[in-house]
Design a protein around this ligand. Structure first.
Ligand SMILES: [Ca+2]
Length: 440
């Protein structure tokens, strides 16, 4: 019987076969934003979070955000923002090729308080660690708890597990979070054991993995929502024990499925309250085209990176700005996104995809990114210094969270009113170097 045929699925809520969804993902993969839908709602009514985020930190471990909620706004509605606001387009007149000695272009100086803040504190977590390490030593695989039912799941295809990265402040609840699934239909691994290892401080204090504990994967709805993650089944929700609390810095967790030793990682960065971030979209913004990942997944190719993209983000990271890769890709591309960034020389950072099987585009991508950045700003008020994207939904999302026009860079894209066009990422290197050095 062909894999994925309904007769193979055991009667578990975690064994949903999602043929209609596969059709959808075929349509939307790599179209993380506006490729299919056109311009999204501009969100001009959204309050400036930079002005309001100084109120109490509202992020907690029971975040009830619903990333699946439908975007009910009209994507075709007219742009009501001020059409006369400055479009500070930066034309690229230089030859291609790395050039970090370019004269700073004053038209792309970030319009943020960072440049005038002489009281900026150094960030003890700077520079970010790469976390490169050999995997933990493992013994023999264990028997599955459910040999027959789990066998049907693993037969459906290769593992596509993924951890959920977290930026945390000291004192926040700390959770090991990852989802386990197999095959093209993303079939959940339910009620099986996962060993969780920790490379504390990315190995800078000790190069050995420590065993944090063992957890069992959920079925749909078993667990309450944590960090905005509703339980869609196959999840591990593991509170990090108090005697193993993570300190300031970057940490890597490795989840190992006992039954077959398939693995995935989660990165957690515990940061000071005044940490600062650069947010970047991935598809088309860092990959060669908006749809390159679509081609790569189905034809086994590797998307090229945009010229100087890694160089520009590395310049920000080197000065202590944490890189948040925010993409509306499907959830099951999270691990692959990390791998692509590493392979193409991007600085260490955290990756957030959507929490859905299909990903988001157009107006729903704008909503997803706006919600994600608002959650970050609730935990770290006023912390987003620069945003980088390549579509109207990116422009709108950065506008929605109050990022000044001069700090929202749109790659080879003319913003309607609330961003700055940049045609060569080498132009952003001197922008990064003009920011206060938080690594001092
Ligand atoms: Ca994009």
């Amino acid at each position: 019987m062909p894999l994925g045929q309904p007769g193979l699925a055991r009667p578990s809520a975690g064994n949903k076969l999602r043929l209609p969804s596969l059709c959808l993902v075929t349509l939307c993969l790599g179209c993380g934003d506006d490729a299919l839908s056109g311009r999204g709602d501009t969100g001009s009514d959204v309050a400036d979070v930079h002005d309001t985020a100084d109120s109490a930190d509202t992020a907690d471990s029971t975040d009830t955000r619903n990333p699946d909620s439908a975007d009910t706004r009209d994507p075709d509605s007219a742009d009501t923002r001020d059409p006369d606001s400055a479009d500070t387009r930066v034309d690229d007149t230089r030859d291609a090729g790395p050039d970090t000695t370019v004269t700073p272009d004053t038209t792309v100086t970030p319009d943020t308080t960072e440049t005038s803040d002489t009281e900026v504190q150094s960030d003890p977590t700077c520079p970010p660690a790469t976390c490169a390490a050999a995997p933990p030593a493992l013994g023999a695989v264990s028997d599955w708890r459910h040999p027959v039912g789990t066998g049907f799941v693993t037969l459906q295809g290769s593992a596509r597990h993924r951890g959920r990265d977290l930026y945390l402040r000291e004192g926040d609840a700390q959770w090991a979070l990852a989802k386990f699934a197999y095959g093209p239909f993303d079939d959940d691994l339910v009620d099986e054991d996962i060993d969780i290892y920790l490379l504390r401080d990315c190995g800078s204090t000790s190069p050995t993995w420590e065993l944090l504990g063992t957890a069992t994967t959920t079925d749909d709805g078993d667990h309450g929502t944590v960090e905005g993650i509703a339980d869609s089944g196959g999840w591990v929700y593991f509170p990090i024990p108090g005697d193993k609390t993570l300190g300031l810095g970057r940490h890597r967790l490795r989840f190992v499925v006992r039954g077959d030793h398939s693995q995935t990682d989660q990165f957690i960065e515990v940061l000071p309250a005044d940490a600062r971030f650069v947010v970047s979209d991935v598809d088309g913004t860092q990959t060669e085209t908006e749809t390159a990942e679509f081609t790569a997944v189905f034809f086994g190719t590797d998307p090229a990176a945009q010229p100087h993209g890694a160089e520009a983000l590395s310049a920000f990271a080197a000065r202590g700005y944490h890189i948040f890769y925010l993409t509306a890709r499907p959830e099951w591309l999270a691990a692959r996104t990390h791998e692509w960034l590493d392979a193409h020389g991007y600085p260490p950072g955290l990756v957030h995809t959507t929490l859905t099987f299909t990903g988001s585009f157009g107006g729903s991508a704008e909503t997803f990114k706006t919600d994600e950045m608002n959650a970050l700003l609730a935990r770290f008020p006023g912390s987003i210094v620069v945003g980088i994207g390549n579509t109207a939904s990116d422009e709108a999302a950065y506008h929605n969270v109050g990022l000044p026009s001069g700090s929202a860079y749109l790659y080879q894209f003319d913003p309607a009113s609330a961003g700055t066009r940049v045609d060569d990422y080498a132009r952003l290197v001197p922008v990064a170097r003009a920011l206060p050095n938080r690594c001092d």
